[in-house]
Design a binder for this molecule. Sequence first.
Ligand SMILES: [Zn+2]
Length: 446
Amino acid sequence: MSEARDELLLGDARPDLADAAWDHVWIGAHLATMRGGGTPPLGAPLTGASPGADGYGELRDAAIAVRGERIAWMGPAADALRAPAIAKAEVHELSGAWITPGLIDCHTHLIYGGNRVAEYERRLSGASYAQIAREGGGIQATVRATRAASAQELREHAAVRARRLMAEGVTTIEIKSGYGLELATERRLLEVARSLERDLPVSVATTFLGLHALPEEYRHDRQAYVDQVSGPWLSGLAAAGLVDAVDAFCESIAFTVGETEQYLRAARALGLPSHVHAGQLSDLGAAELAARYGALSADHLEYLGADGARALARSGTVAVLLPGAYFTLRQTEPPPVSALRAAGVAMAVATDCNPGTSPCTSLLLAMNMACTLFGLTPLEAVRGTTIAAARALGIAADRGTLEVGKRADFALWRIDRPAELCYGLGANPCIGVVHRGQLREDARHG
Ligand SMILES: [Zn+2]
């Protein structure tokens, strides 16, 4: 570049662009910043701009610049080209691709031993749930396989699943323990979750799901198990820095409201945020309990009354919808989306990746199901895996939208409009993923 040209650029550039040199610029893109507000645009016309263009916070013919692992600048592509900060940047031309915030899968049980494919096949060949349970199947089978697996085996199998999620634009994965149900194995699961973050270009949020199922050895003393989990297990794992949040399965087949409350109280005393599996099979008042404890999220919610929805709205607790489990269990009562919407509850969408009820490693498919089966608008579903999912993990200040200063986590898509992320069945239009400002190697060739 000539000196004269340099001078011209400096003279033209806005002062706020002249500050720091950019490392990378993605240019010629349409950005869905997800910073838009407002209610879902139900009934908007089918042609022209995306219904809810404002809600997606669209910036057309734009550029996004990164310095280090932060978003440094966003704006019209023409302005980016004239900015001095671009001088030494690596420029990536996107020819009309879309960029969204990196997707966030805010509810997974990603790490477990074995799988339940034989059980799946048996059931579809006519075996009943009771028969399978008598043969030692179900969650207890996964607990046995998980206890028997080494950390390396657990890591290798979970990494395969994590990579499938990542290939679809996922940059943050929440991972729950809960298949150990004994301290040493719960610790191993959480350590493996932490190690995935070190091994792979993805961020992980860990959740100690202490109250998932009652282990066989405590079958005759439930209270002793709840006391252990809420007491020494939780405090030990938290002291080891392995617990970002806690979770409990509050359900007729799992733990009562009282047992869950004991656990949430213990977490609160340690300053740990919480999630609650609530209302998957029945309405025990678990959502109200989650709200009372200011939980980050209440998850599932197929069985939720109007009072529960209002309680979640008051506490700012995010409703995490998990259509993969609903689909696998062939449930027929969807979550009360209209009531959640009317109450103003933020709705997130996640895979619930687990070996029994949702062997799902496609967040895009979960978004499709949230629209098709639950009636979310595509805008709500995209919010559900970006800003609402970030809120469900308590990380919205740093992730979930495209904003200057936030982490440079974003996904590049070959799509015509953001709703296309929900539209396809089995399609993956992701052509690249940027995590902490770096284009991921595995995504380079899309
Ligand atoms: Zn779950």
